[in-house]
Design a protein. Structure first.
Length: 112
């Protein structure tokens, strides 16, 4: 017997992964690729609108300046992200002619 709502032409092959998700809800998630992390309510609004992944930079209007590079800001952003069920990607500040300072930000956890 086939479960109601399953398409009889559904292709299941050796590349198909079957997951037991009984009692769970599966939803599609959106990716916001241009985020200014400058609002306390940002994550609540993202979750409520179906966003599961946010990519961006800046810890707010105080640190937007071009002199806000280095590991401190990305470190604080990573620390704050731990409280949220969202995937985050943080951007560093690429305002240096010295590769070491850019590498330092990547080693801190920036994705670019």
């Amino acid at each position: 017997a086939m479960m109601d709502g399953v398409d009889p032409h559904l292709v299941v092959s050796s590349g198909t992964t079957v997951r037991d998700c009984e009692g769970m809800i599966a939803t599609a998630g959106a990716i916001d690729v241009h985020v200014h992390f400058d609002s306390a309510g940002l994550c609540d609004h993202a979750i409520a609108s179906g966003i599961t992944t946010m990519l961006g930079g800046s810890r707010g209007p105080i640190t937007v300046g071009i002199d806000s590079g280095g590991p401190f800001n990305p470190g604080k952003m990573l620390q704050a992200a731990e409280a949220w069920p969202i995937n985050f990607g943080f951007l560093g500040r690429g305002n240096s002619h010295k590769p070491a300072s850019l590498v330092e930000q990547i080693e801190t956890g920036c994705l670019g």
